[in-house]
Design a protein around this ligand. Structure first.
Ligand SMILES: C[S@@+](CC[C@H](N)C(=O)[O-])C[C@H]1O[C@@H](n2cnc3c(N)ncnc32)[C@H](O)[C@@H]1O
Length: 225
């Protein structure tokens, strides 16, 4: 899966990774940083923080760690964040260090990256922010692997596109997430594919489609009523 991985600049001065075997990038070519901030922070974390200062977050697809670094930036010691991130294909620290060198402006918390990568056991990354990296696929995830019990308030669903990775977008994966989420729990993703949205509604989510990043017509916000 990770063979011949390439670093590519994106239009906002940040960078993404390209997998030639999958013909897929980790982020939008228009901007990795801008897309991550828009989808996961602006439409995910910030609205949840306006409801509660204590949150449990699950990310599907740690990848470059960009969403976690931006989540650190958007929170402070006033918050109590318990974040778990799933990643079956972990990238090496040297590759990621080289990746972030391609950013015109590196994320403020980049120095936390080595600790994030070594967080199979929960680590406190900064005051008010605990983190666990789970080396598992969503399809195989069991509750016993998750350090934080209790319902999940926010899901960052950042897997590769449904056309590239259909197994992660099967309805059973979203049923599993729905069951583990809190009342008013929120799932956000860059994807707004029709079949995916129909699955979310079928399970019982309320589905909203605000504009996506960089003029993309839609992204998806799903709320568990
Ligand atoms: C679109 S990339 C985004 C990653 C990350 N959020 C970022 O900003 O770099 C998708 C990520 O999902 C991971 N992934 C692949 N299969 C997965 C699975 N079955 N369950 C969870 N994550 C998976 C990939 O290895 C990759 O890191």
């Amino acid at each position: 899966m990770l063979q011949d991985i390439q670093i590519q600049g994106t239009e906002d001065g940040s960078a993404t990774l390209y997998l030639p075997g999958l013909l897929e990038t980790y982020h939008s070519n228009k901007g990795a940083l801008g897309e991550s901030w828009h989808v996961y922070i602006q439409n995910g974390l910030l609205p949840k923080l306006s409801e509660a200062s204590s949150l449990t977050i699950l990310e599907v697809g740690f990848g470059t760690g960009l969403n976690v670094l931006l989540s650190l930036e958007a929170t402070s010691e006033q918050h109590s964040i318990r974040m778990m991130s799933l990643e079956p294909y972990l990238l090496s620290l040297p590759l990621l260090a080289s990746y972030y060198q391609h950013f015109e402006q590196v994320p403020k918390h980049l120095s936390c990256l080595p600790t994030l990568l070594a967080s199979e056991q929960v680590q406190t990354i900064q005051a008010g922010f605990q983190f666990q990296l789970i080396p598992s696929k969503l399809e195989d995830l069991s509750k016993t692997q998750m350090a934080f019990d209790g319902p999940i308030d926010l899901v960052y669903f950042d897997a590769f596109a449904p056309s590239k990775q259909p197994e992660v977008w099967q309805i059973d994966c979203f049923k599993k997430l729905y069951e583990s989420m809190a009342h008013k729990g929120r799932l956000v993703t860059y994807c707004a594919q029709g079949q995916f949205k129909r699955h979310l509604k079928q399970i019982g989510f309320e589905v909203y489609n605000p504009p996506g990043a960089f003029g993309k017509r839609e992204m998806t916000v799903a709320i568990k009523p």
